[in-house]
Design a binder for this molecule. Structure first.
Ligand code: GDP
Length: 194
């Protein structure tokens, strides 16, 4: 596992608080409850790494983790209808600024629940990333919830829908069954060392 030994570094509410050492960084984005924390935990081989991102007061922050060779940035989850307008505006501002301004960002991991892929916000994130020329890995997670044939069909559908965007890879994933884990680790490792 190239990401063994990952550790929490800090939580940031503003770009100015992010580490300024220029280490290569990979950001994780996704709708709340899509399975982002579980995916980060299993990628790093730890049960509770991303639990910090769920502690009250930290859910709207960018939570940074050291991994061998770089950093993972856990972006605040989006799509909770209950979030008040001013918070959702603050979210858009923080994420937009981060995606635009973070020079050492190597790529985005977009987490989607395979049963609800391509929400409006998912597509927005992918378009922002493409606009900046960032690589993107889409993990269709919770693939264990579908029969393999149905999961494959969704994979093809999402690949087709995103076919126009450059530098987007889509794969099946499951934090429970570990489907796709080796492939995802390999891709992210390549991004950090490239
Ligand atoms: P987050 O809000 O995006 O960080 O989502 P979590 O990682 O906390 O996951 C939300 C819920 O989905 C939890 O109940 C997890 O146990 C469950 N979950 C996450 N990933 C998987 C998966 O790959 N398979 C299954 N069956 N459940 C999952």
């Amino acid at each position: 596992n190239p990401f063994a030994g990952a550790t929490f570094v800090l939580s940031c509410a503003k770009l100015a608080q992010l580490p300024a050492d220029g280490l290569p960084e990979i950001a994780f984005a996704g709708r709340s409850n899509a399975g982002k924390s579980s995916a980060m935990n299993v990628l790093c081989g730890q049960k509770q790494l991303a639990r910090v991102s769920k502690t009250p007061g930290r859910t709207q922050l960018i939570n940074m983790f050291d991994v061998p060779g770089g950093r993972f940035a856990d972006l605040p989850g989006y799509g909770f209808a209950k979030v008040p307008k001013d918070i959702s505006r603050a979210w858009g501002q923080l994420i937009g600024d981060y995606l635009q301004g973070r020079a050492n960002l190597r790529g985005i991991v977009q987490i989607m629940d395979i049963r609800h892929p391509l929400t409006d916000f998912d597509v927005q994130m992918l378009e922002w990333s493409a606009h900046r020329g960032l690589r993107c890995l889409v993990l269709l997670t919770k693939a264990d919830k579908l029969r393999f044939g149905a999961a494959k069909n969704t994979l093809l559908k999402v690949q087709r829908a995103l076919g126009e965007l450059p530098d987007v890879q889509v794969q099946l994933f499951s934090s429970t069954s570990r489907l796709g884990l080796d492939d995802a680790r390999q891709t992210l490792h390549d991004w950090l060392v490239a």
